[in-house]
Design a protein around this ligand. Structure first.
Ligand SMILES: NC(=O)c1ccc[n+]([C@@H]2O[C@H](COP(=O)([O-])OP(=O)(O)OC[C@H]3O[C@@H](n4cnc5c(N)ncnc54)[C@H](OP(=O)(O)O)[C@@H]3O)[C@@H](O)[C@H]2O)c1
Length: 266
């Protein structure tokens, strides 16, 4: 059988916010491809459980450390921990939780700062850590996880709409600056994806409106040409491909994986 060799064996990969959902699905595929991985999240029990699950699939390194990506000191600790194991960083996947939903009047300036720390600053800070290493190796891949909101802002998600647009500005600028070092930088934008976050979001909305959870999911699905939510691994497949040797001429792109949800031409 023909198999696409992604060239990811023994690569050292950092995936932030990977104890659940899309981050975990990404981690699993890298493990299946024979990469060494470093993951983080805030909740230690979830993180350890995910680490044990992943270790069952591989004899390569799976290292995990608690980290709150909104705090630079916590990222410093995570990075020091990683460098005790990895002498090189080949791939960085910047993922994090999403900021709270709401409209402009719902948020004070502190909420804006928190959203900045979670989604934009965590990406900038992780990039600050890995880029000098990737530059000295003259190769690297950075993939920033955003959302379809960067192509089509979503109602009631102003914090996410604004901060993720900043991540795209960073992605495109870094792609230009780092191309001479053979460091490729891209962003992947998930559409509605069936993770724990989306499950609890649908539960909350259903409760608030006194309707069934399935009604909320049906309503979301009706906006998606493929007529269903994504599975986390459908997002992860694209991320892992972009990190692979087969994607050696792709940089500065923002690719949605959304079942056709975005209505614009590009
Ligand atoms: N699912 C979707 O439909 C969808 C669509 C578009 C974009 N996205 C975005 O994609 C990202 C992942 O979403 P998901 O659905 O996979 O979420 P999820 O299932 O809730 O998983 C989020 C992961 O991030 C970790 N995390 C959250 N805040 C963190 C922090 N401050 N520091 C470190 N780790 C943190 C969580 O662990 P702890 O809680 O233990 O820290 C968990 O491992 C989010 O930014 C989300 O907004 C999701």
């Amino acid at each position: 059988m023909f198999q696409l060799n992604l060239g990811l064996e023994n690569k050292n990969v950092i995936i932030t916010a990977a104890s659940k959902g899309i981050g975990k699905a990404i981690a699993k595929i890298f493990v299946e491809e024979g990469s060494n991985i470093a993951i983080c999240a805030r909740n230690k029990d979830d993180l350890e459980e995910t680490k044990s699950e992943l270790l069952k699939l591989t004899d390569k390194m799976v290292i995990a450390n608690q980290c709150n990506l909104t705090k630079t000191a916590s990222i410093d600790n995570f990075f020091d921990f990683i460098m005790d194991y990895f002498k090189r960083i080949d791939i960085l996947i910047n993922n994090a939780g999403g900021p709270p939903s709401g409209k402009f009047d719902d948020f004070n300036i502190n909420d804006w700062k928190n959203a900045y720390n979670l989604n934009l600053n965590s990406t900038i800070y992780m990039c600050k850590k890995v880029i000098p290493i990737m530059k000295s190796n003259k190769c690297g891949r950075i993939i920033n996880m955003t959302s379809v909101s960067v192509k089509q802002p979503l109602n009631n998600l102003i914090l996410s709409n604004v901060m993720r647009a900043g991540v795209i500005g960073l992605t495109k600028s870094l792609a230009n600056e780092l191309a001479p070092y053979n460091i490729l930088v891209n962003s992947v934008c998930p559409g509605y994806t069936f993770t724990e976050r989306v499950r609890s979001l649908s539960e909350n909305i259903a409760k608030k409106n006194n309707v069934k959870i399935q009604d909320i999911i049906d309503q979301w699905q009706s906006t998606i040409p493929l007529g269903r939510l994504a599975k986390p691994e459908e997002i992860a497949n694209v991320v892992v491909f972009l990190a692979s040797e087969k994607a050696s001429y792709i940089t500065g792109t923002t690719i949605q994986v959304d079942g056709g949800f975005v209505k614009s031409l590009l």
